[in-house]
Ligand binder design. Structure first.
Ligand code: A3P
Length: 293
């Protein structure tokens, strides 16, 4: 199996191959006009990538979709996979990329390369409620053959709550960026808000990026980044990705794209356990989530 093991980097659970690029990632030199999209895995990264890319190209679909999403917006914290030339490392892609760059990361706040903060880079952070995030991550770990074996849903949920999954604890991730949002140029968004009113949230991104776009352009971006449109678009649905890594027959990358799917997975007891864990982990933050809209 190609599935990776896990290791700890600065105390955070990470995929084992990340340990080998960590020193290079940490020394990464950001430019002041880099835009970082930061998320916990499965919080809406790909969705946000497409929105940002369309905004950057003034709504021009041909420009923004010229290549698959993972090649347009490098993933800072993913190493090269040796025998797959069509899957270069994020660091490799970034070396060749013209500014202004949009970069994707799942790193928790404390592992973000310091140059992003030194350069006062803009960061768009997207958070998704923990219950839906766990369900989405479970299915992703089934279909992504590089991720550790998820086991049963019940086994997986236990690991998720312990932070024993790649990129560590969901609680720490969402909380730390929330607590830091006013010390840096961080736009903190919620998946649930984006589902509720995508236009409103897209306008927040447009303003954050200091762009001025016509109403029709905004309407077009809303349409192009709907779940169904992105699901049918090979430049954003990850079907161009090597099938040896993503097996969409097990579970498609564009799976459901909804709020509240957790209700189809959590038993009453699992829900109780999650809620009490949540209370413990989140008692010192003003951060709040909606688990339905
Ligand atoms: P589900 O597994 O719940 O369907 P990421 O891009 O961070 O890996 O997140 C993937 C999750 O976002 C998946 O959730 C995927 O379906 C959902 N998603 C992707 N594009 C979306 C869109 N345009 N609208 C809503 N959800 C989207």
């Amino acid at each position: 199996s190609m599935r990776c093991g896990m290791t700890r980097v600065e105390g955070v659970c990470m995929l084992e191959p990340f340990a080998h690029i960590w020193s290079r990632v940490c020394a990464f030199q950001a430019f002041s006009d880099d835009l970082l999209i930061a998320t916990y895995p499965k919080a809406g990264t790909t969705w946000t990538q497409e929105i940002v890319d369309l905004i950057n190209n003034d709504g021009d679909v041909a420009l923004s979709q010229r290549a698959p999403t993972h090649l347009r917006i490098p993933f800072l914290d993913i190493p090269k996979i040796a025998d797959l030339p069509q899957f270069p490392s994020g660091l490799e892609l970034l070396e060749k990329m013209a500014s202004p760059r949009t970069i994707k990361t799942h790193l928790p706040f404390q592992l973000i390369p310091p140059s992003f903060w030194d350069q006062n880079c803009k960061v768009i952070y997207v958070a998704r409620n923990g219950k839906d995030n766990a369900v989405s991550y479970f299915h992703f770990d089934r279909m992504n053959l590089l991720q550790p074996e998820p086991g049963t849903w019940s086994q997986y949920l236990t690991r998720f709550m312990e932070g024993n999954v790649p990129w560590g604890s969901w609680f720490d991730h969402v909380k730390r960026f929330w607590d830091e949002r006013e010390n840096h140029r961080i736009l903190y968004l919620f998946y649930e808000d984006m589902k509720e009113d995508p236009r409103r949230e897209i306008l927040k991104i447009v303003e954050f990026m200091d762009k001025k776009l016509d109403d029709e352009v905004i309407d077009n971006i809303v349409d192009r980044t709907s779940f169904n449109t992105m699901k049918d678009n090979k430049m954003s649905n990850y079907t161009t990705f090597p099938a040896t890594i993503f097996n969409h027959e097990i579970s498609p990358f564009m799976r459901k794209g909804t709020v509240g799917d957790w209700k189809n997975y959590f038993t009453i007891n699992q829900n109780k356990l999650f809620d009490s864990r949540y209370k413990l982990e989140m008692e010192n933050t003003s951060l709040q989530f909606r688990t339905e809209i």
